[in-house]
Design a binder for this molecule. Structure first.
Ligand code: GTP
Ligand code: MG
Length: 302
């Protein structure tokens, strides 16, 4: 076990949960100090449980970013809820995130509440996010509302995942509540997902930014080929799966202009990730109603 003077080494799993779009992925990225989870202004960006690791001299926090809680409309949503529930079960500590900038105060989502009840022995920290966006009156109202709903919470923090306000305080509070344990991962690891997973997520993020309406929600991405070339450019082939041929046409665009643009923005970020030039080829494929189909969901990693 790493030694740090007389301080015991602390290590544990920390689940980050809440409804969509409240800033869960932004918070994990800021706490870890690296962009691991994709972020977009649209809800339901995150679909998996995403692991991000923060290690210091005397602690290792294994964050589990999760899909936002919602009322499930199809099988994919049910899988997303199971990822979130799984994260809660694996965790030693729970961060429940609230978006203070939302104009109407909503009670804790009933499914999330039921999942929290299942793990009620674990310490819960309520995080009031987007403090940079709200006036003090709104902050006070929001804090009072959720404190009344979750009086058993171990702690409460107002933070900005985006600007970093109060994140040091939050990190200290997390450390205090982690069990004494040796690190679960090598200290310089940032995550445990393979590079392919991050490449798929990067392409999905670019789709969230480039397309509207149902397109981002009807899309899955799979890397089907990754050919490393020591001396030259790595070759990556990825499939974008949509539910209907009309969506395929929108994705590709006139003269393939949209797909080219998607390929360019994705490639630029993938190159930053792998630290070298890559050649990225995108294919678009239709798999009718894949979001409702168990075997498709499985093969696309859900
Ligand atoms: N102003 C402000 N915006 C924030 C803050 N945190 C997150 N955001 C923005 O809120 C939006 C949603 O952020 P995400 O991190 O994707 O939210 P999420 O909770 O992971 O969303 P899902 O994955 O869809 O459940 C993005 O546009 C972020 O830039 C914050 O502290 N302040
Ligand atoms: Mg997210």
């Amino acid at each position: 076990m790493p030694e740090s003077g007389s301080k015991p080494f602390r290590s544990g799993y920390v689940a980050i949960v809440g409804i969509p779009n409240v800033g869960k992925s932004t918070l994990m990225n800021s706490l870890v100090g690296e962009k691991l989870a994709i972020v977009s202004p649209k809800p339901q960006t995150t679909r998996n449980k995403i692991l991000g690791i923060l290690s210091t001299d005397d602690m290792q926090v294994v964050f589990l970013d999760t899909p936002g809680y919602l009322n499930p409309e199809y099988e994919l949503h049910k899988k997303m809820l199971e990822f979130s529930r799984g994260a809660l079960k694996e965790s030693d500590l729970i961060l429940f995130i609230v978006d203070m900038s939302l104009s109407d105060l909503q009670p804790v989502h009933p499914i999330l509440l039921s999942h929290l009840v299942e793990v009620k022995k674990k310490p819960l920290i309520v995080i009031f996010n987007k403090v940079d966006k709200v006036r003090p009156e709104q902050e006070e109202k929001c804090v009072a509302f959720y404190k009344a709903q979750l009086p058993f919470a171990a702690d409460y923090f107002s933070v900005s995942a985006k600007t970093g306000t109060n994140l040091e305080l939050l990190t200290a509070a997390i450390q205090q509540r982690l069990p004494e344990h040796e690190p679960f991962f090598p200290l310089d690891d940032l995550s445990s997902h393979p590079v392919r997973f991050f490449i798929e997520e990067i392409i999905r993020e670019k789709i969230f930014f480039q397309y509207d309406k149902e397109i981002p929600y009807s899309t899955a991405v799979q890397v089907i080929q990754y050919e490393e070339n020591e001396a030259g450019v790595d070759k990556i082939e990825a499939e974008i799966i949509v539910e209907r041929s009309t969506q395929k046409m929108i994705l590709i665009g006139r003269n393939a202009s949209k797909l080219k643009e998607l390929g360019r923005t994705s490639r630029e970020e993938i190159e930053k990730l792998v630290g070298k030039q890559v050649y990225l080829k995108l294919f678009v494929k239709v798999r009718e109603k894949w979001r409702r189909n168990e075997s498709h969901l499985k093969s696309f990693g859900y």
